[in-house]
Design a protein around this ligand. Structure first.
Ligand code: CA
Length: 217
């Protein structure tokens, strides 16, 4: 899953980006409201972490414009300490959750996972499709109860397919959601990863829908 991180405090952003990366997310970063607005409107993100106090354009204004434009990506807003009015304004502007500063990066990760689950229509922290289960918090994948060793990138691809289970996911969509902008992309890598996933999870775990993409479930 791919996250847009919007935070003008460089040190905080670095800390958050590293926690999100360790948690298996592809992370893109914007440090002001104008960049954030543009990136949110033009790139495919699964969730956004949005600071409200930003240069050029406030986080609140960015969020309002996204929602007005019909963008329904889950947004977690970061608010100043004890600023209850900011939290209310954020939620009213279309935020799905908030965190008051200071906070632990681990809690941001946990809340993001919960938002992603809800937007995929699930409540259980463990994703299950057919014989395959994925616990994103622990990074554990099992097939029929047997644990399977996957690389971070394989888990990222599997996680996206499982969050979209029952739906066809094209190669391009998969690329957009598992790579950050600066990541190296090669057109055949998705095929290679899917082939490796099938070898580890069983041939039937991921179906190819000819000419359209892949589907789990
Ligand atoms: Ca700020």
């Amino acid at each position: 899953m791919r996250i847009l991180l919007v935070e003008d405090d460089a040190e905080l952003a670095r800390r958050l980006a590293s926690a999100l990366g360790e948690a298996g997310f592809a992370v893109d970063y914007a440090s002001d409201g104008e960049d954030a607005l543009l990136m949110g409107e033009t790139q495919a993100f699964d969730a956004v972490v949005l600071d409200l106090g930003l240069p050029k354009l406030s986080g609140l204004e960015v969020l309002r414009r996204w929602r007005r434009a019909g963008l329904d990506t889950p947004v977690l807003v970061l608010t100043a300490r004890d600023a209850w009015t900011e939290r209310v304004e954020g939620l009213n502007a279309g935020a799905d959750d908030y965190m008051g500063k200071p906070f632990q990066a681990a809690e941001v990760v946990a809340r993001l996972r919960a938002l992603l689950r809800r937007s995929a229509g699930g409540a259980s922290p463990v994703l299950r499709v057919g014989d395959v289960t994925l616990d994103p918090g622990a990074g554990i994948v099992e097939v029929e109860g047997r644990s399977v060793d996957l690389t971070a990138r394989e888990i990222r691809i599997l996680s996206y397919l499982m969050h979209r289970s029952g739906r066809i996911v094209s190669q391009n969509e998969l690329m957009d959601h598992v790579y950050a902008m600066d990541d190296m992309r090669e057109s055949n890598t998705i095929e290679v990863y899917v082939a490796r996933l099938r070898k580890k999870l069983g041939r039937e775990a991921i179906r190819t829908i000819r000419g359209l993409g892949y589907r789990m479930g």
